[in-house]
Ligand binder design. Structure first.
Ligand code: ADP
Ligand code: GLC
Length: 490
């Protein structure tokens, strides 16, 4: 890469915080491009023009109009604006698709929008057009597609003749694949060969966005080294492990970073009292504020366990519910913030009713409370059945709130189990368990609570976590190295 011609990367995503966020992908799409630009990469983010984005960027300029993008896809405009952090945004404006209540994928009742094939087909089509024509007045060397909603761009590009752009498929969660009936093919304006036999998108007679992206990509990345291995196994390959094993030479795992500006206990405006590793004692003020806010008794001598999570099978929330009676007996308090599956919401609501003096459950999406839980809890529970990377355990480490996690994906790559040896070597920063049964989680929680009662040892554990650099800088350099291997001449 030379100074006059930086690497140009089109980063395609269905979420970008703070305007549209369902989970970690929103955080990643906001923070990674900033770090990439600081590393000299000319990255631009392509995202649907959701209402909050249009409200923020009222001065967005129109670069192009796509009046008949193909199949049953609705017409769209391509808008551009620059974020406060200097990242150029390209926004696909199609009010009929993107001006809706609910989140990026679902309505307020947690039901997928029935036309998600068209909504994200359009995102992919516009991405492919931007990547292969001069519609944005800028031609990228690389297109990086994040998760299934962006994946179809790589399929469209395969069937566009002149395209020279190299494609990366980045998997944040293999469990979400964007599978639709075969009839979607025509709606999306894809040629029949895309579906025939070994066609890129064909998946057991249906059409899979993610499979298409994985087949057509020049390189595949995922968000932690351990998850890069796990997705090639039958247990966590979600039906795509055979395909992925066949492409293992182009798969890499690059650990996510965290936004250390937004998640910084020393300057966090959402919490009651800022602190750093030299003033960890001030966490107690946050604990008291959290207990007060949640209506839990102010009991400094009882450990407070925090959870901030999507409430799904992936996150092992049911395992936490299973051990509530034992947790209550320790004794301990439990603060849960999360939205998701109705059954889990009902179960947690019931438990909070049964133990009102020990459990608080808030079924809402609340950024501020998420920060206060990270700061005020004594430890953080994340017993995920699988976790591609996970951001919350890194927020917890930074906030001196040791995480209790299952050894999987990014959790295994970031949390070091507390033992005599790891305490001695200064690497211990949390509690890790293996297995998928509730008693295994309980044993880890009991170990953590025992350790918490030893104030001096606990402080060492907190400091080890707080010391670690989880910023995006290192990951951005890894992505830049990868881009360079794909475009050696740039
Ligand atoms: P995932 O993307 O699988 O949900 P991550 O740990 O990567 O898991 O990221 C989750 C992100 O979403 C974090 O920033 C977390 O704080 C946030 N989050 C999840 N649920 C809530 C909620 N109910 N309120 C506020 N933030 C939430
Ligand atoms: C996904 C994964 C999560 C990861 C996030 C950002 O939502 O479930 O583990 O941290 O994407 O990459």
């Amino acid at each position: 890469m030379n100074a006059s011609s930086p690497l140009r990367v089109l980063f395609v995503t269905p979420e970008i915080a703070p305007w549209m966020k369902s989970g970690g992908l929103g955080d990643v799409s906001a923070a990674l491009p900033v770090a990439l630009r600081a590393a000299g990469v000319d990255v631009r983010v392509l995202v649907p023009a959701y209402r909050p984005l249009l409200a923020e960027f009222g001065d967005a300029q129109c670069l192009a109009t796509f009046s008949s993008p193909g199949g049953a896809l609705a017409p769209a405009r391509l808008l551009t604006a620059t974020t406060g952090q200097g990242v150029p945004l390209l926004m696909v404006d199609c009010p009929g698709y993107y001006h809706r209540s609910g989140d990026a994928y679902q309505d307020g009742q947690s039901e997928d929008w029935p036309d998600n094939d068209l909504r994200f087909g359009l995102l992919g089509k516009v991405a492919a057009l931007v990547a292969s024509t001069s519609s944005a007045g800028w031609e990228p060397h690389i297109i990086q597609c994040n998760d299934w909603p962006a994946a179809l761009a790589l399929v469209y590009l395969r069937y566009m003749e002149k395209s020279r752009v190299r494609g990366i498929m980045t998997v944040h969660n293999l469990a979400f694949q964007g599978v639709f009936p075969a009839t979607s093919l025509q709606r999306l304006g894809l040629p029949p060969e895309a579906m025939a036999g070994d066609g890129a998108v064909e998946y057991y007679g249906k059409l899979s966005f993610l499979k298409g992206g994985l087949v057509c990509a020049d390189h595949i990345t995922t968000v932690s080294p351990t998850y890069a291995r796990e997705i090639q196994s039958e247990a966590l390959g979600c039906g795509l492990d055979g395909l992925l094993r066949g492409r293992s030479d182009v798969i890499s795992g690059i650990l996510n970073g965290i936004d250390t500006g937004m998640w910084n206990p020393a300057a966090d405006t959402h919490i009651a009292c800022t602190y750093d590793s030299t003033r960890i004692d001030r966490k107690t003020e946050n604990k008291a504020a959290l207990q007060q806010l949640l209506g839990l008794p102010d009991e400094p001598a009882v450990p407070l366990l925090g959870v901030v999570s999507r409430l799904t099978w992936q996150k092992g929330i049911d395992l936490i519910a299973d051990i509530v009676p034992q947790i209550m007996g320790l004794p301990a308090q439990l603060a849960v913030l999360g939205t998701g599956e109705r059954k889990l919401v009902e179960r947690l609501t019931e438990l909070a009713r049964e133990f009102p003096r020990q459990i608080s459950f808030r079924a809402e999406f609340n950024e501020r409370l998420a920060h206060l839980i990270e700061a005020g809890a004594d430890m953080f529970l994340m017993p995920s059945r699988f976790e591609p990377c996970g951001l919350n355990q890194m927020y917890s480490l930074r906030y001196g709130t040791p995480p209790v996690v299952r050894a999987t994906g990014g959790l295994a790559d970031t949390v070091v189990d507390c033992s005599e040896a790891t305490l001695k070597s200064g690497t211990a920063n949390g509690f890790v368990f293996t297995g998928t049964e509730a008693p295994q989680l309980l044993a880890a929680v009991e170990r953590a609570v025992d350790a918490w009662h030893d104030t001096k040892g606990w402080k060492a554990l907190q400091r080890n976590g707080m010391r670690h650099d989880f910023s995006w800088q290192a990951s951005a350099l890894r992505y830049r190295d990868l881009y360079r291997t794909l475009i050696p001449s740039a």
